[in-house]
Design a protein around this ligand. Structure first.
Ligand SMILES: *[C@@H]1O[C@H](CO)[C@@H](O)[C@H](O)[C@H]1NC(C)=O
Ligand SMILES: *[C@@H]1O[C@H](CO)[C@@H](O)[C@H](O)[C@H]1NC(C)=O
Ligand SMILES: *[C@@H]1O[C@H](CO)[C@@H](O)[C@H](O)[C@H]1NC(C)=O
Length: 368
């Protein structure tokens, strides 16, 4: 490797790295995991030479910030110079947590544009203790790296947030509301409970996926406080009503939004008396089917929730095949006139799951 890359001009080396992290779909993953071959290759390249160390490190911090355990999260907080208190990961006095020269020469703090944060507790350590991330440690890290972030996946469910802590930390104040300090954030994948701590959204968000299921004010306020939003992905409410759809239309203030409801195929249906869609509608409602696994699934909610997460983190969520929800009168027309059900209006239907009945049967024509 040394011989292969050590002698490459820097520009060529950078082209190689660009190729390495590129994806065919256009949307890169939020972060490549530690066992992904991209991450492994970049880590190997950091060992080749000083030049390749600097470039490969930049790519690692820009594309592979995959913090799925408390250990990884705490190590990262330590690396960017946040106080981690007394934990099994605390360094001895004077022990270096990072190579400062390289860290600043590579300009690491300014190139972090994407992060996956879902710090599952780790341990047990020495005396049987487990390590958990607490709310203030989400806030300090969020404020430290937020300025440059473009894409973020944030799961608050593993974070330790007792009511007393929420009161003392005051996450709702402007200084502690991490999203207000993320002016460049365009893509956000987050757990439904994020609004409990941070009720105000990032100011210029374009794509939001959030695992809430009801059309309650807390979530709708978060989603529609900004007019820049172009796509919203959420779980389909179990008892979706025509009034909920009206609410979505009323609250959205921007130019155009696609609202994508996620559920298993059998649950999708248009609520009775849903409004008719108009040409000039700024809001479009779509349905996405989550495939059931071959063995059957116990909990459909968990299935759909983790579907949003895996595709969100993989960068494959925004381009998922989806179909336009039918309006109520379209459904009634179809019921009244069975012939209409056979017309494939492919423009509105990106998948043909509902159309199987209309496939021509081989041999139909032979009798004529
Ligand atoms: C974290 O990610 C690594 C690599 O993908 C995986 O091996 C590990 O099981 C994950 N840990 C948790 C707690 O999700
Ligand atoms: C993340 O933490 C796990 C232990 O939970 C550790 O094995 C792994 O090396 C860490 N990954 C990174 C990239 O530091
Ligand atoms: C997400 O990406 C990983 C690694 O590329 C892949 O193994 C997995 O199948 C993907 N999952 C989904 C739901 O696309």
């Amino acid at each position: 490797m040394e011989r292969a890359f050590g002698s490459l001009p820097l520009e060529l080396f950078l082209v190689v790295l660009d190729q390495l992290v590129a994806t065919s779909s256009g949307h890169p993953p939020i972060a490549y995991g530690p066992s992904d071959s991209v991450t492994k290759a970049l880590r190997a390249l950091t060992l080749v030479s000083r030049t390749s160390y600097l470039s490969a490190s930049r790519y690692l911090y820009a594309h592979c910030l995959y913090l799925n355990t408390t250990t990884n999260y705490t190590q990262f907080r330590r690396t960017i110079g946040l106080d981690i208190g007394k934990t099994p990961l605390t360094l001895e006095y004077g022990e270096a947590g990072r190579n400062d020269d390289l860290f600043y020469e590579a300009d690491i703090p300014r190139i972090i544009t994407s992060a996956f944060i879902s710090p599952e507790k780790t341990g047990p350590w020495g005396c049987g203790k487990v390590l958990m991330v607490r709310l203030p440690q989400i806030i300090d890290l969020g404020n430290r790296i937020g300025q440059t972030l473009k894409r973020l996946a944030l799961d608050m469910q593993p974070v330790y947030t007792p009511g007393s802590q929420i009161l003392s930390v005051k996450p709702h104040t402007a200084t502690n509301n991490i999203f207000l300090h993320m002016p460049n954030l365009e893509d956000l994948i987050c757990s439904y409970d994020v609004t409990d701590y941070f009720p105000h959204p990032p100011p210029n968000l374009k794509r939001l996926a959030m695992t809430f299921q009801g059309m309650d004010d807390l979530h709708l306020d978060f989603c529609f406080a900004i007019s820049s939003l172009e796509i919203l992905v959420c779980l389909r409410p179990e008892e979706l009503q025509a009034a909920d759809i009206d609410k979505l239309f009323d609250r959205y203030k921007g130019h155009h939004i696609d609202i994508v409801l996620v559920d298993v195929n059998a649950h999708h249906c248009t609520p009775p008396n849903t409004r008719d869609w108009e040409e000039e509608d700024r809001v479009k409602i779509w349905e996405v089917d989550v495939p059931r696994s071959y063995y059957g699934d116990d909990d459909e909610l968990i299935l759909c929730d983790s579907w949003i997460w895996t595709h969100g983190v993989n960068g494959t969520l925004w381009n998922q095949g989806k179909r336009r929800m039918l309006s109520w009168s379209e459904i009634q027309d179809r019921l009244a006139d069975p012939e209409i059900a056979d017309i494939d209006d492919g423009e509105e239907l990106e998948t043909d799951i509902m159309m199987h009945d209309s496939y021509p049967v081989l041999g139909d024509d032979l009798e004529h």
